[in-house]
Write a new protein. Sequence first.
Length: 136
Amino acid sequence: MASAAFEEIVEDFEFLEDWEDRYRHVIEQGKAMDPLDDALKVPATKVHGCASQVWLHPTIEDGVFRFDGDSDAMIVRGLIAVLRSLYNGLSVAEVTKVDAKAELGRLGLTDHLSAQRSNGLRSMIERIQDVAAEHA
């Protein structure tokens, strides 16, 4: 069910044995993203339950789900990039069927995130799933 972009991250992780290298890779993914326009950093796009400031701006066009996001924390920005690779370009119906926990488990990320980061990641996934479910 994962996109080609997500599969690419999975393959990259297979070559990176050290968790510091994997963290750096996630951070680099976040740095490569365009910043979210400040006009979109509003209460409606803010994700609650995250230790950092996080904004997700979903768009659905012709039934295809996409979102942009941003955070004031580099690792969280990287996690947003990973989630974008997992969800962007899927139909809203497909988004609701993605088992994010299992897919992210393939990266082993959740085993290496703090409890606060894990809660924030879960909050971001819930927001994505909720938006897609509203439009499915």
